[in-house]
Structures are given as structure tokens and as C-alpha cells.
Design a protein around this ligand. Structure first.
Ligand code: PMP
Length: 399
């Protein structure tokens, strides 16, 4: 069978291969990127689904508008307003998860050979998706405060990219959060250089103690002209439930119009049933309590993971404890590791870990270029404290 040329740039990810091994009985997995299903507000979602079926059945079981279900666009406009961003309902479209918003960014903006700057490391599905549209990806280095803006400025000047894609808050996989000062500098940089900046923000609500800096979208009103260059992708996946597949895209009007057109050819519209359910849920006044529970639970798990990582792996790994989100990004230092001679290799470590019945994801696939093979990602979201303690002990034995 002759497949489209565009598939030549994509490989099935190493992570997929690893996931095949996760079925082993007794394995403790920190490999996934799923939220904890025990934290879903099933009661609230059930109540909302029943209510919309009872009161809006002909609308929610029917075809609907590509831009999104009216009441949800209004509810999301209010949701964004509560986070300091002014967006009228017609300034956003609902997408089938924020994953679709990223796909629409690729479809509407990237021609084969276009340069796109992403963080190094970044979300694997974005790398794959943008490559499908022929993007030439360039990695910008990051530290605990997010992307290095001096380097980003140089890369923009050198490559004149079509767009810059960032996960500024509790990044996947890095866990890093872009500082307020850097956010403002990037907003100014976008206007000054005429560069589109895509802010992907599925994790911003999952903070532990302190709310993160406002989103770049919320800050954009303070930088004249910035809204012409800013795209924001949001999602209810980590806030409410990924199974609803409700995300959204906020973009300058001409881009939003083209994204809507492309979405029409792709899935016509996102499920009205789940959109209406989400809209109803957001009106119930349950989200704050549900989120408080998620934040408290994840904060506790992240705290224990940090403590056990230090205790069980000591000098063998370095990491920055995240302040929110779902991930630790760690690096083998070469100290006390089984393959110190060959240089620390997280893929080999992952294989030894599987033998000890504990799993995580090696970091290399998250880099669009020049991977750091010593890095790896651990998710604490779906493991209770006992599993985290036991898993970290096993990890220590796999070094
Ligand atoms: N962006 C990032 C950074 C993610 O980690 C994810 C999901 N893991 C998504 C986008 C897509 O999420 P969804 O389609 O469920 O909104």
C-alpha cells in the first residue's frame, strides 16, 4: 500500500513501544500522561448529562455549529474571564480536545519546510503533528523558568519561524513554568518581530500551593498589538475529564475563521452532548471544589515523589520539583548508575526498571533535535502514595 508522503517524516513513537510492556502484572507505572480517574467528578458529570438530555435533547443529539455549542462558548468565555483573560464567546471556537486545536494550528499555518520553534523538550504529539504538516522544527532550550528568552530571540532572528509553540505553565514533559518577566518579554518579542506565539495551556489549573503567573493570553492586554500574534489553546481534559474531548482555541479573527473552515472538513463539530454537558457542569458551581481536591491530591503525590526520588536515587538523578501539573522531568547524572561508563542512558535505565516492575518514559523522544538521552519523565498523577514510595524504591534498585 502506498501511503501519503507526509507520513515519511513520522515514526511511531518509542513511547508506544514501551506502553506495550506496561501490561506486565504488578507493574507500577509512572509512564502515562493520564489524570487520575478517581478524581473525576462523576456525580456532577452524570447530573449534567442527564439534565441536558432532559432539557435540550433535540439540540444536543443533533448536528451543531462548527464553532461550538453556544452555551459552552459563553461558559468558556466566563471561565477565561475568571482567569483574567477577556475573550468574547465569538473569540473562541470549541475543539475536540486541545489536541485538535494544535492540529488546526498546523493545518492553517504550516506549509512544508516552514520553520517552527518549540521548547526542547516539548509535548511529543505536537512534534509529530507539526511534522505531519512538513514543519522543520527547531528546539529552544529551557530551564526551570521555562524557555530561555535570549536564545529564543536569537533563534527567531536567525530562522524567521512561522510560529513559536510554548507550554508556559507546568509543561509536558518539563514541569517547568515560564516566569512572569519572561512571559512579558515573549509577548513584546512577538509584536516586535511579527511572530505568532501559540500558548498551549492544559495544565494551568493544576497548581499546588500558589497560582502560576497569569497566562500569556491574560497578560496580552498589557502589550499593545499582541492579540494579533497570540494563539491560546485550552482544555477541560485535566480540569474535568479528557473523555469529554472538550478543548478550545482563541486566535486572531482571520486565523479563527480558517481554523473553523478546516474543522468543518475534519469532524464537522465537537460532540454537542459533551459540549452541553460541560457547559451545564460549569454552571453548577462544583468545579472549584473538584479542582481543590485534584490540586491537594497531586500536590501531596508530587511532594512524596520528590522526597523519595532524593532518598532512593540520591546523586544519581537531578530534577526540579514542579509547582503544579502532572510531571517530574529528571536527568541521570551518571553518579551511581549502572551504565556510567557509557554515559547515562535513560532508555537503558527504563529497560532495567521494567525488569524491576516500574515504568517511566525516557526523555529523548520529547526533543525535536539533539535529544538529551539522560533525561526521563515521571508522572505522579495516577499513583497513590504507597505506590509512589514502592515505585521509587524499585527505581533505586534499577539504577
Ligand atoms: N497539550 C499538552 C501539552 C498535553 O499534554 C496534552 C494532553 N496530554 C494536550 C495538549 C492534549 O490534550 P486534550 O486533547 O485532551 O485537550
Amino acid at each position: 500500500m502506498q501511503f501519503a508522503d507526509r507520513l515519511n517524516a513520522i515514526e511511531t513513537s518509542a513511547i508506544r513501544e514501551l506502553f506495550k510492556l506496561l501490561g506486565k502484572p504488578g507493574i507500577i507505572s509512572f509512564a502515562g500522561g493520564f489524570p487520575d480517574p478517581a478524581l473525576f467528578d462523576v456525580e456532577g458529570i452524570a447530573e449534567s448529562t442527564a439534565a441536558v438530555l432532559r432539557t435540550q435533547s433535540s439540540a444536543v443529539l443533533q448536528y451543531g455549529a462548527t464553532e461550538g455549542y453556544g452555551p459552552l462558548r459563553e461558559a468558556l468565555s466566563q471561565f477565561m474571564a475568571a482567569k483574567g483573560a477577556t475573550v468574547p464567546p465569538e473569540g473562541l471556537i470549541v475543539t475536540t480536545g486541545s489536541q485538535q486545536a494544535l492540529d488546526l494550528v498546523g493545518k492553517t499555518l504550516i506549509s512544508p519546510g516552514d520553520k517552527v520553534i518549540v521548547e526542547s523538550p516539548t509535548f511529543l504529539a505536537t512534534i509529530q503533528c507539526f511534522r505531519l504538516y512538513g514543519a522543520h522544527l527547531i528546539g529552544a532550550p529551557i530551564d526551570a523558568d521555562g524557555v530561555d528568552v535570549d536564545r529564543l530571540e536569537q533563534l527567531i532572528a536567525e530562522h524567521r519561524p512561522k510560529l513559536v509553540y510554548l507550554i508556559p505553565t507546568f509543561g509536558n514533559p518539563s514541569g517547568a513554568t515560564l516566569s512572569l518577566a519572561r512571559r512579558k518579554r515573549i509577548l513584546e518579542l512577538a509584536v516586535r518581530t511579527g511572530t505568532i506565539v501559540v500558548e498551549d495551556d492544559p495544565y494551568g489549573e493544576l497548581y499546588f500551593d500558589q497560582a502560576p503567573p497569569p497566562s500569556m493570553l491574560a497578560l496580552s492586554d498589557s502589550v499593545p498589538g499582541n492579540r494579533d500574534w497570540l494563539v491560546h489553546c485550552g482544555s477541560l481534559s485535566k480540569v474535568l475529564s479528557p473523555g469529554l474531548r472538550v478543548g478550545w482555541m482563541i486566535a486572531p479573527a482571520p486565523l479563527l475563521a480558517r481554523a473553523t473552515m478546516c474543522k468543518q472538513f475534519s469532524d464537522a463539530h465537537t460532540s454537542n452532548l459533551t459540549q452541553a454537558t460541560a457547559a451545564h457542569y460549569l454552571g453548577l458551581n462544583r468545579l472549584d471544589a473538584a479542582l481543590a481536591n485534584v490540586r491537594r491530591t497531586y500536590a501531596e503525590r508530587a511532594g512524596v515523589m520528590a522526597q523519595c526520588l532524593r532518598q532512593e536515587l540520591g546523586d544519581a538523578v537531578s530534577f526540579n520539583a514542579p509547582q503544579g501539573g502532572m510531571f517530574f522531568w529528571a536527568r541521570l547524572t551518571g553518579e551511581g548508575s549502572g551504565n556510567a561508563v557509557a554515559g547515562p542512558d535513560a532508555a537503558a535505565f527504563a529497560k532495567r526498571a521494567i525488569d524491576k516492575l516500574v515504568a517511566f518514559v525516557p526523555g529523548a523522544p520529547f526533543y525535536c533535535e539533539q535529544p538529551d538521552h539522560a533525561t526521563f519523565r515521571l508522572s505522579f498523577a495516577t499513583s497513590d502514595l504507597a505506590k509512589i514510595r514502592e515505585g521509587m524504591q524499585r527505581l533505586g534498585q534499577a539504577l
